[in-house]
Design a protein around this ligand. Sequence first.
Ligand SMILES: C[S@@+](CC[C@H](N)C(=O)[O-])C[C@H]1O[C@@H](n2cnc3c(N)ncnc32)[C@H](O)[C@@H]1O
Length: 248
Amino acid sequence: MKSVRDTPIPLAVGGEFLARVRDISERIRIEGRGLWSRNGVKGVSIRGERLKRDGRKEWRQWDPRSSKLGAGILRANIEPETLVPAPGDTCLYLGAGHGTTISHLHDHLCGSKNHLGGAIIAVDLSPRCIRDLIRLSERRPGLIPILADARNESLISPFLNSKVPWLFQDVSQAWQVELFIASCNRFLEPGGTGILSLKAASERRISGGDMAQFDHAESSIQKAGFELIERINLAGWEDQHVLFHIRL
Ligand SMILES: C[S@@+](CC[C@H](N)C(=O)[O-])C[C@H]1O[C@@H](n2cnc3c(N)ncnc32)[C@H](O)[C@@H]1O
C-alpha cells in the first residue's frame, strides 16, 4: 500500500497550477517546490512570509534561503520526515538567531498555544537575538530562549530535566564540529537525532577549501561513533553550508 506522504495529490492553488503535496508531518507540508508550516499564531507573519488559508487551517511559507533546516527538508534524499522531531518533544536548538527557523519548528512541535506540549530550548549568545526570541515566545508558549554561550554546558543543563531526542546546531563559529560532538554526548538521548549545520567559511583550520572542511567534519563525526544518516549539501540556498544528520 502507498503511504499518504508518497501519494501525489493534485491541488489547485489559487486556481493557478497543480502542485504535488507531501506531508512531512501534520504541520509541515511540501507543496510543489514550496515548504509550509501550519501557522500556530493565525494571521501573524514573522518576516513578511506568505500566509495561505486552507479551510480552517492557515499555512505559513517556510523559506529555504533563510532556514537551513527548511533547506535540508527540501534537499534531503533520505526520508526528510526523520529530520524533524516528533510533535510534543523537548528539543535543544543551539544558535537560535532571531527565531526564523524556530518559529516553523514551533508550528510543528507545539502548535497553537502549545496544545501539543512541546518545548524548544533556544540558546544564543547575542542579546539582540534573545530579545527577538523573547518577543516571539510571548505568543508561542513552549519556546524558551536562553542567553548563553553554547560552549558552556553548565549554563544550559539547568533548563533540561533529561536528555533530549532532537538537537540542532547552527552557530557559525570556529570549532563547530567539536561543539556539536560534545553537545550531542552531553544532551542527546541514545537513538536521538542530531543535526549540525556547518558553515565552511567559519572554519579555516583545515587547508584545502570548503570540501576539505566538510570531509574533516564527516570523519570527526564518524570517529565520535555517531551514525551518519546523511550529508546534505545546501548549495544554491545556503552556499558553503552542509547539514550533517546523525543518530546517536
Ligand atoms: C546563522 S545564525 C542562526 C540562524 C538560525 N539558526 C535560523 O535558522 O534562524 C548563527 C547564530 O549563532 C549564534 N552563535 C554563535 N556562536 C554561538 C555560541 N557559541 N553559542 C550560542 N550561540 C552562538 C549567533 O549569535 C547567531 O545568532
